[in-house]
Structure formats: structure tokens, C-alpha cells
Design a protein around this ligand. Sequence first.
Ligand code: HPA
Length: 255
Amino acid sequence: MSDVRIGGIELAVIGGTGVYALADLADVVTQWPQTRYGMPSGPLRIGTLQGRRVAFLARHGEGHSVPPHRINYRANLVALQMAGVQRVLALNTVGGITDSCVPGALVCPDQLIDYTWGRTATLSDDAGGDVLHVDFGEPYTRALRAEILASARRAKVAMVDGGCYGATQGPRLETRAEIARMRRDGCDLVGMTGMPEAGLARELGLDYACIGIVANWAAGAGPDADEVITLEDVLATVATATADVARVLGALLGG
Ligand code: HPA
């Protein structure tokens, strides 16, 4: 197991679809950590932003080669922890289900529902190891959410406070009936990677919060019920929104 601890890392950012690097990250050191669960999706890029040490990891790999159900979520989070990270900001590209979650919006969810299956979702998976039953009533760290929302206000970036993230299996998008059911369940957002990442972060004792970047209306949720969702549209919307995310991040680090 290699030691990647540099020390003093203020924040780790996990980038989702369309976010494969952190603009303006300076003095970058690249690490390829080997964890007890194997390799993370890609290298850790550890550098300086606003004078603070920040680590970046592309959740799907920097070339988007790892589909949601094959991401080694355990290795990703353990690699960050090995590097000395305590706080994780997860950027998740999502579809919007309810009215405030329009394409282009940034949302800081406060709840989630897990519809994924077949993923290794816990560290309590080793015979003879500890069985963890962590509290998960509030899946995102309250204090970190509050800081993110305050940073968005300081940066004058609109951000929806709260919402329920529904994590689906992917990699296909959902049917309209699935989205209608998720709406009935109380979901505001739909994405494919929010779980098991958030649960594992809790098991590891990491502070963890999410900014959902709404890239499209979820199937049947927008004004045009027949709209076809394309990756090109998703990436174009995310590319526009990342400027706002960068401003929030700057305010978060700048204090
Ligand atoms: N569904 C699931 N995941 C997504 C979507 C969606 O509509 N858009 C971006 N990620």
C-alpha cells in the first residue's frame, strides 16, 4: 500500500460526468494510490486552489471509462482517506425531476433514496471483520452542506437548498414510468453514482456533501414529455454550469 499522505488537504472534490479536472488547480502532484480494495477510478490530483490544498478524483476516470455500476467506490474513498482527506465534495451530474431542478440548476440535496443493486455498498464485507451499522438518517454532512450553501450565496450563485437524490443503477437512463415512481417516492433528482458513495463516506467517517449539477430533465419530467436525452446535451449543460461550480468552490476554499 503506497503512502500518498501529503497533509493538510482541505477538501477533496470528486468529479462526475463532464467534470474530469479542476480548472486552476496549481502545483499538482499526481498520485496513483493502491488501496486495500484496489485502485481508484484514476489518479488523485493533489494541488493548490485559493492557497488551499485540494485533491481531485474523476469518479468515472479522466477519460470516462468506468460505468457507474463498475466504479470501485470503496477504493475511491479509501484512497482519499489515505491521502489525509476528511471532507469530500461530490459533484454529481443528475437529471431533474421536480420543478426547481431545471437543467442548469445546482442543487445541494439533503436526502437520498438508493435504487441501485449489485454494487459492493459497504466496508462490512470481509469475513470476520467489523459489522458497521452507521447512522444514515441524514446522509449528507449537515455542516458541510451549510458551508456549501453559504459559499454559493457569497459567490452569488443560485443553489437549491435541499432535495432528495434518487440513485439508479444505470448506465441506461430511466423509463418515464420509473421517473414517475421516483417522483411519487419523493425524489427531486436522479443520478447513477450517489450510492454507495455517500454510504461508504459515512462508514469511513468522512464529511460528505453533494452538489447535483442538473444536466437534463429526467425522462418525462420536463415540458416536452417526448424529449430524448442525449449525452451531447448533458455534457453541454454541465460545461456551462461548471463555471458556477468553480465560483462556489472558490468561495468555499476562500472562506
Ligand atoms: N438519469 C440518471 N442519471 C443522470 C441523468 C438522468 O436523467 N442525467 C444525468 N445523469
